[in-house]
Design a protein around this ligand. Structure first.
Ligand code: E4P
Length: 219
């Protein structure tokens, strides 16, 4: 399973990258607004320099011709850029066009299996089902991952399932169980994957016992 970080914050991207487990980055207009990005293309270029893997940068156009031209422009920023396109009719049409040109795409804002199927038919490189936002409205987000996995496997569809809107470590664990290809997470979730109180207690005991041994050896 590939691990992406879901942020436009360069420091967070450096921190996750330094852990040695980062495969890519996803951004969106809200995440760019959160860190006050002024020069969008320059900022995405900086992210692409930090990581070798895929970096999703989202279009803000909603009409076919505009999405395609914005997508081509985003794709020219770096070799590892993926054009993120919303799951609307013009977006699907644009994904087909961009994919036919060899441009990688991430179809975002997916909330149903039917949406995921049509995105794959259009040739999306990634589909981004938003687990947390479904959970937020009392729907079972994880069922969506399972349904998409089954449908894609039924037909050998190669679009990668990118579990998004992950809020806590169990979302990641469940996504892995369901066979998602990628998970994109905020830094706090990536760090949270490591946490276990028994690890901390166990390490404390090992080190204390080692210190005791050193004291005994001195006598
Ligand atoms: C995915 O690519 C989105 O950027 C993201 O996962 C959305 O997460 P949120 O629902 O926590 O905003």
């Amino acid at each position: 399973m590939k691990f992406f970080i879901d942020t436009a914050d360069l420091e967070e991207i450096h921190e996750a990258h330094d852990m040695g487990v980062l495969d890519g980055v996803t951004t969106n207009p809200s995440l760019c607004a959160k860190v006050g990005v002024k020069d969008f293309e320059g900022h995405i270029a900086k992210i692409c320099d930090i990581v070798d893997g895929d970096v999703s940068a989202e279009v803000i156009s909603t009409e076919f011709a505009d999405i395609v031209s914005e997508g081509r422009n985003i794709a020219s920023i770096a070799d590892n850029v993926v054009v993120k396109v919303p799951l609307i009719k013009d977006g699907i049409k644009a994904i087909k066009t961009l994919s036919d040109e060899g441009i990688k795409t991430n179809c975002t804002l997916c909330f149903s299996p039917s949406q995921a199927l049509i995105a794959a038919k259009a040739g999306a490189t990634y589909i981004s089902p938003f687990i947390g936002r479904l959970d937020d409205i009392s729907s079972e987000g994880m069922n969506l991952i399972a349904d998409i996995r089954m449908i894609y496997d039924n037909y050998g569809l190669e679009t990668e399932i990118l579990a998004a809107s992950i809020r806590h470590p169990m979302h990641l664990v469940e996504s892995a169980r369901m066979g998602a290809d990628v998970a994109t997470m905020p830094l706090k979730v990536i760090v949270g994957l490591l946490k276990h109180p028994l690890t901390d207690i166990g390490l404390e005991r090992f080190l204390a016992d080692w210190d005791k041994l050193q004291e005994t050896l001195k006598k």
